[in-house]
Ligand binder design. Structure first.
Ligand SMILES: Cc1ncc(COP(=O)(O)O)c(C=O)c1O
Length: 365
């Protein structure tokens, strides 16, 4: 028997998610490829974390009671409306486990977060991808509400563009759609508004959030969902009992409670994002107004040309200079653009200097 014979057809056909590059030499790399937070997490964490080591001999609280209460309080919802995961990816996985299978299909917009499709493939569910109505990434609510899908994933702010959507779009979808609507708000803390009020409009809406971006805790793996108590109890059935470890629960709570630090780093990132946006638009680089901690921009060479070759060229140039960003060549809507995470102001200054060198180099070619 070969391993091929031993492995399920589903896994043999499956293409796993490919994460952005994680270098080991952080010091020599400017890492702007996975939308992490450039600032360290709350300084309150290191003050008490060592005292928690002895308690690691014990299993964690399996339903993360204390952390859930903190999250519920933060968003002014009931404890029964919160579930915590090992990153929001864990929560997205639970949504797929509970609300899709061979007869209940998944819907998503293309391009958006590619993990939705990967999770659907693992579940053996059909994944239907719908196109945006135009290059502005507008959403047509009717396309979603009339789709034959049971579980629909929307990303807001959208990835990879960062653009935000008015809540009226979500309202009109959920009024007509009979399935479960997931609004993935991984980046919502950097946006001027969010979709939390939609939770009051339907018991079939799930909003997912993460501590990976706005709380500088990508390495900790904590995310959560807010939804109706009925949905949360269904998701809980599929949840691994100890999905969030003891230290993660402890640290996440400290970070969530340190509102002052959260607001400070968030403000810095938004200010740096807007300054960088201004520079790109001054260069006439088409750039999406972003409600996230990244920018999606279309580079232009010194002769005014843009397109796939130019984007690829700048991506390679930055990569050769140890600056990591993200390039999505497969979709015509994204292949002329680059996604750049917002670092500290001095890091973005370095990036802008380097791009200016690329522009000069390009002139000499
Ligand atoms: C749109 C979107 N959703 C979810 C995630 C996953 O975040 P987490 O680190 O909480 O698993 C990401 C990560 O990049 C993302 O871009």
């Amino acid at each position: 028997m070969s391993f091929k014979d031993l492995t399920t057809q589903n896994i043999l056909r499956h293409n796993p998610y490919i994460p952005g590059k994680q270098p080991t030499n952080f010091e020599q790399t400017l890492k702007l490829n996975t939308n992490e937070n450039p600032y360290p997490p709350s300084p309150e964490i290191s003050k008490s974390i060592l005292g928690q080591i002895d308690s690691l001999a014990r299993y964690p609280n399996s339903s993360a009671d204390s952390l859930r209460s903190t999250i519920a309080k933060l968003h002014n919802v009931n404890y029964e409306q919160v579930i915590v995961g090992n990153g929001s990816d864990d929560i997205l996985n639970l949504c797929v486990r509970c609300f899709s299978d061979h007869s209940k299909s998944i819907g998503m917009l293309e391009p958006s977060y590619s993990l939705y499709e990967v999770l659907g493939s693992l579940q053996g569910a059909k994944v239907q991808k719908f196109a945006f109505t135009d290059t502005k990434f507008e959403i047509n609510p009717e396309v979603i509400s009339q789709s034959d899908t049971n579980l629909f994933f929307l990303t807001s702010p959208h990835a990879p563009t960062g653009r935000i959507y008015n809540n009226s779009i979500f309202s009109s979808i959920i009024n007509q759609f009979s399935g479960i609507l997931v609004i993935d708000e991984a980046y919502a803390d950097f946006a001027p508004f969010n979709a939390l009020s939609i939770l009051n409009e339907s018991d079939r809406v799930i909003i997912t959030r993460t501590l990976s971006k706005s709380y500088s805790l990508a390495g900790l793996r904590v995310g959560y969902a807010l939804a109706s108590p009925q949905i949360i109890s269904i998701l809980n059935k599929a949840r691994e009992v100890y999905n969030v470890d003891r230290l993660a629960q402890y640290i996440a709570e400290i970070a969530l409670k340190d509102r002052g630090y959260f607001e400070k780093t968030k403000k810095n990132i938004i200010s740096t994002r807007e300054k960088t946006y201004q520079i790109f638009t001054d260069w006439n680089w088409e750039t999406y107004q972003s409600g996230a901690n990244f920018l999606f921009t279309r580079p232009m060479d010194s002769t005014g040309l843009f397109g796939e070759a130019i984007a690829h060229n700048l991506f390679n140039f930055l990569n050769d200079n140890n600056v990591l960003i993200r390039y999505f060549p497969k979709n015509p809507l994204t292949s002329s653009y680059l996604r750049i995470s917002i670092g500290k102001q001095e890091e973005m200054d370095m990036l802008i200097d380097l791009i200016s060198k690329w522009k000069i180099k390009d002139q000499q070619l």
